[in-house]
Design a protein around this ligand. Structure first.
Ligand SMILES: Nc1ncnc2c1ncn2[C@@H]1O[C@H](COP(=O)(O)OP(=O)(O)O)[C@@H](O)[C@H]1O
Ligand SMILES: [Mg+2]
Length: 256
């Protein structure tokens, strides 16, 4: 359980993951509250992305990956054979490091998931597209060019459109893997503001190699090292007064 009064949206227990014979996660126990931002920090290669991708079964798409342990998402057993991954990835949306718009208009990028789900009514689509772009704080910048290619937008705008695309299908949890590391400082700041605006309404898990970003935007921080979870706590606690020496060494910049 998390130590605040929020309900838990996702509870993971004893998560192990192997790439072939190489064990990349060594038994992770981690819970996430219903709302707010949890940052996963740790040096490169510590297993942050591996763990994040396990949450919405992205490793299903790779050969030779073995995942064990339990993933309880609001009562859904994520790895149950009966769990439909298309539906799962609608409930648990993902934003990647590189903005990855499809080569069509901004409007169609955001409407994509809804069209897949069979929504055809233009008024419904228009409203959903506008709402998602507003939530992603990019509406004002794209509203006059909704039907132009999203590839013509700046990287930062594309990344906010990626966030809107995920939000359009009403996810319950958002996974973000270093969403600002390919962006310039101003665009990174815009994404951070967007995430801060969403944190009262969504549960988000963000992998970041930037400790300053984690301390600026996250409510909780989990520190990974060599495939283990060293420590998880309120972000302030992790940065100011961590329990473990390894955490102290990492957050004070002694390695990583
Ligand atoms: N597709 C893969 N095949 C084999 N090993 C991998 C693969 N992806 C990641 N790894 C290894 O798993 C470990 C954790 O990597 P990763 O989760 O990407 O770390 P992080 O996101 O913290 O930088 C590293 O040792 C990495 O080399
Ligand atoms: Mg990574």
């Amino acid at each position: 359980m998390t130590d605040n009064k929020q309900k838990t949206i996702l509870s993971t227990r004893d998560v192990h993951l192997w790439y072939g014979k190489k064990e990349a996660l060594h038994g992770i126990d981690l819970d996430f509250p219903e709302k707010g931002i949890t940052a996963l920090i740790g040096p490169s290669g510590s297993g942050k992305s591996t763990y994040l991708r396990a949450i919405n079964r992205m490793h299903d798409l790779e050969d030779n990956v073995t995942v064990t342990g339990s993933f309880n998402f609001k009562g859904t057993d994520i790895y149950a054979p009966t769990t439909d991954t298309v539906d799962l990835r609608k409930r648990i949306g993902m934003v990647f490091q590189q903005p990855n718009p499809f080569p069509f208009s901004t409007y169609e990028n955001v409407a994509f998931g809804l069209r897949l789900a069979g929504v055809k009514d233009k008024a419904v689509l228009d409203e959903a597209v506008e709402k998602a772009l507003k939530q992603a704080s990019v509406w004002d910048e794209v509203k006059d060019n909704l039907h132009k290619s999203a590839l013509g937008l700046s990287g930062g705008q594309q990344q906010r459109v990626s966030v809107a695309r995920v939000l359009a299908t009403s996810p319950e949890l958002l996974l973000l893997d270093e969403p600002t590391s390919a962006l310039d400082p101003v665009s990174s700041h815009n994404i951070e503001e967007t995430l801060l605006n969403l944190r009262d309404d969504y549960a988000m898990i963000i992998v970041t190699h930037s400790m300053s970003q984690a301390s600026r935007i996250s409510d909780r921080t989990a520190f990974f090292l060599s495939g283990d979870l060293v420590e998880v706590d309120d972000t302030k606690h992790i940065f100011l007064n961590p329990e473990k020496q390894e955490t102290q060494d990492y957050v004070s910049g002694r390695f990583g």
